[in-house]
Design a protein around this ligand. Structure first.
Ligand SMILES: Cc1cc2nc3c(=O)[nH]c(=O)nc-3n(C[C@H](O)[C@H](O)[C@H](O)COP(=O)(O)OP(=O)(O)OC[C@H]3O[C@@H](n4cnc5c(N)ncnc54)[C@H](O)[C@@H]3O)c2cc1C
Length: 521
């Protein structure tokens, strides 16, 4: 009799949940019922939400409309239906409530729901998938610890290798296949301020980290991306009395989401398919394709990208984009529509073009790819106009001041004093920033991982199997999530993580097995 396999899933966040759901779904179409036992490791408070969607303040919002957030790559409306079912259940529990059409309950403002709510959905999908796997014959074990080491022991002749996983409390587990779904690398402390009084090193969860900030403190937020915006909004909502400044090198902030994703762009998608089919992918050809799409809708790339140049200040960008939803909204739609092609387009570009893109265009791309909800844009502009929020560019250095607080230095030599600093530089895919004690660093040191020069680690792009130091692919070790970003380009979104998860589930329950079973039956 064949030995039952064991799959270890390291990490219990969105990527892990997407994998379990995809694996259960794929297995349920397999009459042989070859479900492996599954062990999931997660040191956080619960299984499902991970870091991105952990329990936090209600004002920490998803950056995409709820209708485009789903853990199932093939079913983009899954979260929306979950939300509506929750609302219906509440109404049923309250007979006096008016029964409304679910679509009518949501105003444009509420297209952006809290990340914690999405976390609750993930938790329910995780639990449902665990139950589905049990019904399919798998034993599912949840281990509330971090994995600190992973080694491979060669199997006896004819047997496959064993993967030994060691947790932070010293327990050892053995698995045949391992899925690493450990998210991104924690934000680094670029100015070495850890330990200084008034320095908040990790902003999430905001509910606990920001309660450490004195309401009367002059606050500098390091970073000006989505994390920094979360920090500013939550501090202001908590009644912060003094000015908050968002500071970064470039001073750029994310765009305002003015496209809610209705209406397809078939000519753009056909164009991308043609470029790939004819091997004509270059930075120029992709930009030209976007330009042609925008032109057919009455604008062009030059006009659409005008507000994202360095000469625009953050308040100018906010004001302009709130008053002019187009053409930036159309550019956002083009960027989002191309996401099924990101990985292939990225891999088809010459290496020099990829580096050029990362150096000169990535910031603008990311501004459009991950814009802030309109709610937050209005809030930021209101705070700015009331003199409660500032934006500073060109920050070069921050030191803890002898008498308490911090001194920040800016490019023109100007220095400013701040009482408190919140580190909101965001998580990274730069493996050099991983802490020496992390699993990622350990696997880099022992050669299981090799850093990808464009971020994350080397993987086989077709299967997400890890590529080790000798260039060989580890047959039973997979990565899902941002660690695969060097190979796939953009991976930091629910949609793209779910796509990778579905792909890995396909590898574990290959179609050929399914066909074979069907033939026998
Ligand atoms: C704050 C934040 C907000 C975001 N908002 C959005 C959004 O609104 N929309 C969107 O599409 N995308 C968003 N993203 C992008 C996000 O990266 C993906 O959508 C997705 O959630 C990533 O899931 P993940 O499981 O890969 O990572 P994570 O959410 O980071 O989960 C990884 C899990 O692995 C666990 N883990 C790590 N190391 C170990 C270990 N050694 N052993 C065991 N467990 C381990 C962690 O505890 C964590 O729970 C956001 C990201 C962040 C960080």
């Amino acid at each position: 009799m064949l030995k039952k396999r064991t799959i270890a899933v390291v990490g219990g966040g969105a990527a892990s949940t997407a994998f379990l759901a995809a694996y259960a779904r794929r297995l349920s179409g397999d009459v042989a019922g070859a479900a492996a036992d599954v062990i999931v490791f997660e040191p956080g408070k619960s299984f499902g939400p991970g870091i991105a969607y952990a329990e936090d303040v209600e004002t920490a919002l998803l950056n995409r409309p709820y209708s485009s957030m789903s853990v199932d790559y093939g079913d983009p409306g899954q979260f929306r239906r979950w939300l509506y079912r929750q609302a219906s259940a509440r109404e049923r529990g309250n007979p006096g409530a008016q029964h409304t059409n679910p679509e009518a309950r949501h105003t444009p403002r509420s297209h952006f729901v809290s990340r914690s709510l999405f976390g609750q959905y993930l938790e329910s999908v995780f639990l449902q998938s665990r139950e589905d796997l049990r019904l399919l014959g798998a034993q599912v074990t949840l281990v509330p610890s971090a994995v600190v080491d992973l080694t491979v022991e060669a199997g006896a002749t004819g047997e496959s290798d064993s993967h030994i996983l060691t947790t932070d409390d010293g327990e050892r587990f053995v698995a045949d296949q391992v899925i690493l779904a450990i998210g991104t690398i924690a934000p680094s402390d670029v100015f070495g301020l850890t330990g200084a009084a008034g320095f908040v090193a990790q902003p999430y969860p905001l509910v606990s980290s920001l309660s450490q900030v004195d309401p009367g403190a002059e606050v500098l937020v390091l970073g000006a991306g989505l994390t920094a915006i979360d920090v500013a909004v939550v501090l202001a909502d908590a009644g912060h009395e003094r000015r908050i400044t968002l500071a970064s090198r470039s001073g750029r902030i994310p765009d305002v989401r003015t496209d809610l994703g209705t209406g397809e762009l078939p000519e753009l998608l056909d164009g991308a398919r043609r470029l790939l089919a004819h091997g004509r992918v270059s930075l120029h050809s992709v930009l030209e394709l976007v330009d042609t799409t925008l032109r057919s809708r009455g604008t062009g790339i030059r006009e659409a990208l005008r507000p994202y140049t360095d000469s625009w200040s953050a308040p100018e960008l906010l004001r302009h984009r709130l008053e002019n939803p187009l053409p930036g909204g159309l550019a956002q739609r083009c960027v989002a529509a191309l996401s099924p092609f990101y990985s292939e387009l990225w891999r088809s570009l010459p290496d020099a073009s990829r580096r050029l893109f990362l150096r000169d265009h990535y910031r603008t791309y990311n501004c459009l790819r991950s814009p802030m909800p309109v709610t937050n844009a209005n809030r930021l502009l209101g705070l700015h106009d009331a003199g409660r929020l500032g934006f500073a560019r060109g920050i070069t250095h921050v030191t803890a001041a002898a008498g308490g607080g911090f001194t920040a230095t800016f490019a023109e030599g100007r220095t400013e004093h701040y009482d408190a600093i919140v580190n909101a530089v965001g998580r990274t895919n730069n493996t050099a920033a991983a802490s020496a004690s992390s699993l990622t660093s350990r696997l880099l040191r022992n050669g299981t991982f090799v850093s990808h020069p464009l971020g994350g680690i080397r993987v086989d792009p077709e299967t997400n199997r890890v590529r080790g130091s000798a260039g060989a692919v580890s047959p039973h070790l997979y990565v899902i999530g941002d660690l695969a970003s060097g190979e796939h380009f953009h991976t930091s979104s629910m949609e793209l993580v779910a796509r990778q998860a579905a792909r890995v589930a396909e590898e574990l329950v290959p179609a050929s097995d399914r066909l074979l079973v069907g033939a026998v039956a």
